[in-house]
Design a protein. Structure first.
Lengths: 339, 347, 327
């Protein structure tokens, strides 16, 4: 039975269902219970934004608050995964990867290959990504390309509540380390989500709007900006197809190429900084593999190559807007928007 | 030239297994350095102008020098000059032995302040000859060094070293026990020699009571920790009286008499006791056990086989210590630390 | 009265000696073979430190996990990883423990509880907390041991992990193999207070320092900390003061060491010699029995080198396997 729940509730529900299904699933992170050892309520926070609220009451000590020691507890989650558990570690903000990156880059990502296929590391690292929260330069980044660059990691970034639930369930069941990126600006967004458990396979992009004139590829928050742009473009007669990648590693090249072969035009929208980004990656892949289908040069709409600014007026300029996406589409169609 | 005082601070005492099998504390490096600074300040207050310290590389010296530098930069003249013995640092007990040997040989060291437990003091006493020792307890088994604020030990050492308190009052004679295998050069113990059924040295400390068989002590004080506590709780023998005590132990299950003794910090165990007798100086004792290990001051150091001859002998007046209590009593009685500035101005 | 004064049976004594001898011969042989140029990459030898690995690992079974270091051959051998597979791995062969994809610094065998040698200093400490956590959830009585050197003791990961292990009361032992050198830098220079027991005390962990060249000291102390951890007593630290016969890596001229230091250590502080002298002089094991182990190990190492040299190289296709997606 589907009903409307938020992206945040969908994540909570995925954790709850998987913890019920599999006793080796444990959840650890800073403040994920919230209030451990403090004089007030034990389950006071349930995560810094309340994503894991209520799970402690259901699953007890399988949820563990950690000290502010990202290297230690992310590493412990990875070590436990190598020893047969399926830990879900919350890094709170993906920006904090700088503190513990070795454990992700050199440990989790490498075990399977480095040990000749004899190890599996089924760990999920959940973290918030993205701007729009006025959280400034160290709590707002879209660092997905940092992880897609690393062989051995899977990278997921859902754009809606339905995908969040199904992709998180898949992440927990997956035998490889998964970086699960939750866009904090989407936590309140609602969608129809079935009550039962379901997994969305990795590497399957979602065509969220069909169109014949241009392919807009994105993930996360900017999928919604792309849809807004498509809506505007439709009024001027441009039919944009919008593809939500959902998983960035593995990535669904087939859907992207097939779409570009139909539309002949590509705009990639990425909240990450432009160089070596998901946008540049998709643009170059398409140029290499569907050059003959292209009627115009692919366009990228990304954040500028700057840190995320604090002042709301600047931050709003930082995130790719529907207008910027529409403008990029217009470059590919060489047609101005209907005046 | 004023006399010098030597300082030997062992950075590696209090690191053994008794932190795991018992609840022994570990006196941290920074604490040890602060103890040295307290003792140095006390020496200076008594007129000692120069101190010589054993070098080490575990951090005590660095911390001490920083403390002295800070005082100097504040314009304070609180510490004597400090130098370090020119000797290599091995990070083992050999450093302690070598430092004590060099201090004894220098001829101008009037007393040695030692920071450590029974083991460290044993190493110093084995080499320091007649130079008196002032012990500060920073070890695990601290039956030998008395528990006292190190500033007071420093004051007493300073008053004794400078001759402000006469030697006959300031310095006390102490007993030791010698143990030799097959007539070889003896090893010594300052407090106790235990014979245990283990026949290997391993992690050294003693805590498995079922292995305890014999015990020889120089003094038996009911207030101390370690093997000597067993003797102390049966028949106290003071540090100053002649002779020691020899005790025959047995597994608690089979012994007629049992004593609950604090054999390690926080570890109070029931030990079976078969019997005991006085241990006069000079008499040779031989263990009844044919083979086992010999623990000196609580640490397995030697092991012996059935074909080896073990001789255990108590020695009176073996070495000297600073009698802190006597020195401080004398100082008080004679006003050594009292001055009368107003009376002097009047005169 | 038996002739064996030690807390181990004669078979166990011989097994301990065999482990140490296997490590020593493995490393001495690698030293020779590396100089011939047949072995690719970086090789960090464990020779001189054998008593640490052997003394600790004798208390473990396959359910117990270890996280090793870049100097990991000794830990692997003592934990039961196959010597032939190890040698083949170091030669980069398809028959290696990691099918030639890991090399000297990444030998692992999870079926033996060996979670990998590790090229990142201090990285094993968080991982072993995870192993301890898993053991605790499973309630299988397993313990985790992480090894690190005096150098890696200054990594934040190690200190963070001591705190984590303490607050979660994990069955984890932190073993510092203090050989005095972090690569070429002395422990006295690089470590503000070079007492690891002090560091452990800062996290409320009991710590023990033992002579790492004395197998019996390591074995006894390790037995106590491991038993304590198994019984729910929580984490502890064990510092083994040890020595490294060779350089940081093969090819290191070791000019930072004192003149004659290696010779002195081989003469006076060789843990194998100390062990052999002690058990033979006590009559627990005969010299002939020691010599037999020496011969058997020598032929094992000969065979391992020979089979590694003759083993097939990984097929080019292996480049793209063992990773979920490869391009």
């Amino acid at each position: 039975m589907a009903r409307k729940i938020s992206y945040k509730q969908a994540i909570n529900e995925a954790l709850d269902l998987e913890m019920r299904r599999d006793p080796t699933v444990i959840v650890l992170g800073e403040d994920i219970v919230g209030g451990a050892g403090a004089p007030g309520e034990l389950d006071a926070w349930g995560g810094v934004l309340g994503v894991t609220k209520g799970l402690h009451a259901k699953h007890g000590n399988r949820l563990m608050d950690t000290p502010l020691s990202e290297s230690a507890y992310i590493g412990a989650a990875i070590g436990a995964a190598a020893c047969g558990m399926r830990p879900v570690a919350e890094l709170m903000f993906l920006d904090f990867m700088g503190v513990c990156f070795d454990q992700i880059l050199n440990q989790a990502a490498k075990f399977k290959y480095m040990f000749g296929g004899k190890a599996k590391t089924p760990v999920v690292i959940r973290a918030m990504v993205g701007a729009g929260f006025r959280a400034a330069a160290q709590h707002s980044q879209m660092l997905t390309p940092m992880f897609t660059h690393v062989p051995g990691l899977k990278v997921v970034c859902p754009s809606n509540a339905y995908d969040a639930k199904g992709l998180l369930i898949q992440s927990i069941r997956d035998d490889d380390p998964v970086i699960f990126c939750e866009h904090k600006a989407l936590y309140g967004s609602e969608a129809d989500v079935p009550e039962e458990s379901y997994a969305i396979p990795f590497g399957e992009a979602n065509v969220v709007r069909e169109g014949k004139d241009v392919t807009i590829v994105s993930y996360g928050l900017t999928v919604h900006r792309a849809l807004d742009a498509a809506e505007k473009l439709a009024k001027s007669g441009v039919q944009a197809e919008v593809i939500d990648l959902r998983t960035l590693s593995p990535i669904d090249w087939d859907t992207v190429i097939e779409s570009v072969e139909n539309t002949g035009r590509l705009v990639v929208v990425d909240e990450a900084n432009p160089r070596c980004s998901i946008a540049s990656d998709v643009a170059s892949y398409v140029a290499q593999n569907a050059f003959g289908a292209l009627k115009a040069a692919p366009q990228m709409v990304t954040a500028p190559h700057t840190p995320v600014p604090f002042s709301p007026v600047l931050e709003d300029l930082y995130i790719p807007s529907a207008d910027a996406i529409a403008a990029a589409v217009n470059k590919t169609t060489a047609r101005a928007l209907a005046a | 030239m004023t006399p010098k005082v030597g300082l030997i601070a062992n950075p590696i005492s209090a690191r053994d297994i008794r932190r795991v099998v018992a609840s022994a504390n570990s006196v941290q490096i920074a604490d040890r350095a602060n103890i040295v600074l307290r003792a140095l300040a006390a020496l200076k207050a008594c007129g000692i102008e120069e101190a010589v310290m054993m070098p080490e590389r575990a951090g005590i010296a660095g911390h001490v020098l920083r403390g002295m530098e800070r005082a100097r930069s504040h314009g304070e003249d609180r510490f004597p000059r400090l130098s370090f013995l020119p000797m290599p640092v091995t990070g083992t007990v050999e450093d302690t032995r070598r430092a004590a040997r060099l201090m004894a040989a220098s001829g101008d060291i009037a007393a040695i302040i030692v920071l450590g437990g029974d083991g460290t003091h044993r190493a110093v006493v084995g080499e320091c000859g007649r130079v008196p020792v002032a012990g500060i307890s920073t070890g695990t088994n601290n039956a030998f060094p008395e528990h006292r604020e190190p500033t007071i030990t420093g004051l007493a050492a300073g008053l004794a070293a400078t001759g402000q308190v006469p030697a006959r009052i300031a310095f006390a004679d102490n007993k030791k026990i010698e143990v030799s295998l097959d007539g070889g050069a003896p090893e010594i113990a300052l407090v106790d020699v235990a014979i245990v059924t283990d026949r290997f040295v391993g992690a050294r400390a003693l805590w498995r009571i079922e292995t305890f068989r014999e015990l020889y002590v120089t003094f038996a004080d009911p207030e101390v920790i370690g093997m000597a506590a067993i003797a102390g709780l049966i028949e106290p023998v003071s540090r100053s009286e002649a002779g020691g005590l020899a005790v025959t132990l047995a597994p608690a299950g089979t012994a007629a008499r049992r004593v609950r003794a604090p054999i390690a910090p926080g570890l109070i165990e029931e030990i079976g006791v078969e019997g005991w007798r006085r241990m006069p100086a000079g008499s040779v004792f031989t263990p009844a056990l044919a083979a086992g290990a010999i623990a000196l001051d609580g640490e397995r150091e030697l092991f012996f086989d059935p074909h080896q001859q073990v001789e255990i002998r108590l020695v009176d007046r073996a070495f000297r210590t600073v009698d802190v209590a006597a020195v401080m009593r004398f100082a008080a009685r004679n006003g050594l630390l009292v001055s009368h500035p107003l009376a002097a101005a009047d005169a | 009265m038996t002739n064996n004064p030690f807390p181990l049976s004669k078979d166990e004594l011989l097994a301990a000696y065999r482990t140490m001898r296997t490590i020593r011969d493995f490393e001495e042989r690698l030293h020779v073979e590396f100089a011939k140029g047949d072995i690719p990459g970086f090789v960090h030898l464990y020779a001189g430190e054998e008593a640490c690995a052997a003394g600790i690992m004798m208390h473990l079974t396959d359910i117990d996990r270890i996280a090793s270091t870049h100097r990991g051959h000794g830990h692997c051998i003592a934990k039961g990883v196959d010597v032939h597979e190890m040698m083949a791995e170091i030669y980069g062969k398809a028959t290696g423990a990691c099918r030639g994809k890991g090399g000297s610094m990444h030998i692992a065998d999870l079926s033996k509880g060996m979670m990998g040698a590790n090229g990142i200093l201090g990285a094993g400490a968080p991982l072993i907390c995870g192993a301890g956590l898993a053991a605790k959830f499973r309630g299988d009585g397993g313990v985790g041991i992480t090894f690190f050197g005096d150098g890696a003791s200054n990594q934040g990961t190690v200190l963070e992990s001591m705190n984590l292990a303490a607050i979660w009361n994990l069955p984890v032992i932190f073993v510092v193999e203090n050989n005095g050198y972090a690569e070429s830098t002395s422990v006295e220079y690089a470590t503000a207070v070079d007492s690891y027991v002090d560091r452990a005390a800062g996290f409320g962990l009991p710590g023990v320092t033992v002579d790492g060249t004395d197998f019996f000291a390591v074995h006894e102390a390790a037995g106590e900390v491991i038993r304590r951890a198994r019984e729910g007593g929580g984490p502890a630290l064990l510092e083994c003061k040890t020595i490294r016969f060779f350089g940081h890596f093969e090819g290191d001229a070791q000019t930072y060491k004192a003149k004659g230091e290696n010779d002195y250590n081989r003469e006076h502080r060789d843990c194998l010699r100390i062990f052999a002298n002690r058990v033979t002089s006590a009559g627990a094991v005969s010299e002939a029995e020691i010599a037999l182990v020496d011969r058997e190990v020598a032929s094992l190492i000969d065979a391992a080198v020979e089979s590694a040299k003759g083993a097939p190289l990984p097929s080019p296709r292996e480049l793209l396997t063992d990773v979920y997606v490869a391009y």
